[in-house]
Ligand binder design. Structure first.
Ligand code: XMP
Length: 172
C-alpha cells in the first residue's frame, strides 16, 4: 500500500476547505448531507472545522453497476430525515469518481426544494468521470488508482485507516 496523503496532510487540507466553505456560507445555517457510508469520516471532521451553524443528516445509495439495462444506475436506499426545503445544503462524499453518485444525489436534493446546493468531496478522481459534474470543494485530486482509508474501503476493509493509500493493482 502506498500512502498518498497522511493524517497531518488530511487535517490541513480539511481546514483549508472548511475555511472556503465558511466564507461561502457565512451567516447561513448549513444542512450537511453525508453520503453513506464512506462520506461519514470526512463529514465528521469537516463539520467540526466549519464554525457555522450546522444540521447533520445522511443519505444512503446503492448502485447497480452490473445491470445491463441501466449500467451505473444509482438508487437512493435511505432518504435523509431532515426537511431541506428552502435550506442551504452541502452534500459530502469521500470520492468523486464517475460522477454518477453525486449527480444523482444533487438532483434528489434539488427535487426536495433546497435553496442552495454545494458539494464537497475529500478526493476527486477526474480520470474516470462519466457524467459532467465537478465538486465545489475538493480536498485532494488523486490519479486513477483504487484508494482506501479515511472512509474508503476495499471489500469493506480499511475504512478506519487515518491516512489515504493506493492499493496496488492486482497482478496477473
Ligand atoms: P461515482 O463513480 O458514482 O463513485 O462517482 C462514487 C462512489 O464510488 C466509490 N469509489 C471508490 N471507493 N476507492 C473506494 O474505496 C476508490 O478508489 C473509489 N472510487 C469510487 C465510493 O463509494 C464513492 O462514494
Amino acid at each position: 500500500m502506498i500512502v498518498l496523503h497522511d493524517a497531518e496532510a488530511i487535517r490541513a487540507g480539511i481546514q483549508a476547505v472548511a475555511r472556503r466553505i465558511r466564507e461561502r456560507f457565512e451567516g447561513t445555517e448549513l444542512t450537511v448531507l453525508a453520503i453513506l457510508r464512506g462520506g461519514i469520516v470526512f463529514a465528521a471532521d469537516l463539520i467540526r472545522a466549519l464554525e457555522l451553524p450546522v444540521r447533520l443528516d445522511t443519505i444512503g445509495v446503492s448502485s447497480y453497476r452490473g445491470d445491463t439495462t441501466d449500467p451505473g444506475a444509482i438508487q437512493i436506499s435511505s432518504s435523509p430525515s431532515l426537511d431541506v426545503k428552502s435550506k442551504a445544503v452541502l452534500i459530502v462524499d469521500d470520492i468523486l469518481d464517475t460522477g454518477r453518485t453525486l449527480s444523482r444525489i444533487r438532483a434528489d436534493v434539488a427535487a426536495r426544494g433546497a435553496s442552495q446546493i454545494a458539494t464537497a468531496v475529500l478526493l476527486d478522481k477526474p480520470a474516470r468521470r462519466a457524467v459532467p459534474i465537478e465538486a465545489d470543494f475538493v480536498v485532494f485530486t488523486v490519479p486513477d488508482v483504487w484508494v482506501v482509508g479515511y472512509g474508503l474501503d476495499h471489500d469493506e476493509k480499511y475504512r478506519n485507516l487515518p491516512y489515504i493509500a493506493a492499493l496496488p493493482a492486482p497482478s496477473g
